[in-house]
Ligand binder design. Sequence first.
Ligand code: FAD
Length: 494
Amino acid sequence: MASAAATQACDLLKAAFPGQVTTLADGPEYESKRDQPWSQTCWVPSTAFVALNSAGEVASALAIIKKTGCKFAIRSSGHNPNVGFSSVDDSGVVFDLRGLNEKTLDSDGVLHAGPGNTWGEVYQYLQGKGLSPTGGREVQVGLGGFLTGGGYPPFPSLHGTGPDNVKGFEIVLANGNIVEANASINESLWRAIKGGTSNFGIVTRFDIETHPLIKAQFTIDMYDPSDYMNINAATLSVQDEMEKDPKLNLFTNYNMGFVAVFQLYADCPTERPKAFEVLENLPSKINTPLPKTDGTVLSFVETLSKMGHVPFSLNRKIATLTTKLSQELYDDVYKLWQGISKKIPDGAMLHYTIQPLSTHAVQAGEHRGANMLGLKKIPQTCKRLTRWLIFVYLILTYLNFTGWVFTAEWPKDLEKGSTVVEAHEELLQGVEKMARDKGILLDYLCPSFAGASQKVMRSFGGPNLQRIQDVAANYDPDGVFQKLQNDGFLLRYA
Ligand SMILES: Cc1cc2nc3c(=O)[nH]c(=O)nc-3n(C[C@H](O)[C@H](O)[C@H](O)COP(=O)(O)OP(=O)(O)OC[C@H]3O[C@@H](n4cnc5c(N)ncnc54)[C@H](O)[C@@H]3O)c2cc1C
């Protein structure tokens, strides 16, 4: 039963936006909006879904939310699997931004794109013009969460993370004002949104730096997990090579019964890069589901969307950690996961992925005006020798690090669904403890892959958290986005 505030808001929204508000009475149309999110856990019956097609409409809808005190959630594509982030129960309404899907390209190569676009649509649009953005690795992922969070692209070492490549935002503030935020106007807000997620307003346009078309050579090999020590050693070897060559990247996914290693190169050389030889030569290779393929980031992302993720709907739960590189940790994580996986009932999956982030990625972000993510950086102002020593120190200690993504997937009607959730939590806690005990746990929690209960804003470090809090207090003094937004990596949890 809808709350009184939600009912009132729904009536006002219907009057303000005739034909744009979908409620239970709309039958299949309501169901398709409810069931849009990637994770079935987010198929939550809201009082209404409001399709908003312009910044002005977003401002008017927000005014109704404020007037009624109704809860709301912002949805770009609904790919975030945390329940309540882009979904809300019958105490609120969902702002569906899919209609904000304009794309225009400036003569200086800046793409102006609405949050309703998916990365597939953006890659497609730009490829025809010989350009590439720094976008996601899945065609259906939306711009909203990716660019306001920690957006991890296919080649982070080239141009940094997704938010690093945002030159400006158009954002609707809690007071209804539609403002620009970039390096010249509302500069603190611009920086804060780059990682600070939905704490300040609703982004209605991203101004995105584009790059000459990024080529991509990609291969997927599968290995026998029992050879984990060699697979881990090979993964670490490629991670080391990434420090020398920013065109390299890989993801190593430990799954039930196989290990899939995605090897990427941002060019199409005749010979595969030598860095991957360690993987080619492993005798535990089971097969090569995708032999060396030359393409672009678009074709890579299309391929990954078909081969890399389970293509049908499931309940999903994710979490993340960041650590320094360590063969001992990699091996211990495998053993822990092996043990915990035995508790996973048939039909469910518990898997994890190693995702590197190199010094090049951190520096590329720094060169673009920095973000809120708190990734360690090299001071640029000191003398050459000092800078070199710091560079070596940081490489050895901090910079080249590993993002871990832990994913649980299970069918909605699985009887033992709670076992999967518990196993996922046990894996997360176990890895966190092991990394902490070894002294190699890092603070950073990437918003793209973090679980709802992880303290993402705090993970960016005290000074960045303070900046985010100051900007939110300045641009949303009444705390509308803290009080009425249903959920998210909000400051109210920091
Ligand atoms: C199959 C798959 C592949 C993925 N691949 C990658 C990857 O390669 N790299 C990566 O970094 N991440 C990846 N992700 C994670 C993804 O980037 C995050 O889940 C991200 O939050 C999704 O953003 P969205 O806008 O699509 O999702 P939504 O669920 O619509 O939104 C996510 C969050 O962002 C907020 N938000 C959305 N739009 C706006 C806006 N306009 N203004 C303010 N706040 C907004 C929402 O309130 C919500 O809290 C992947 C996820 C899936 C399911």
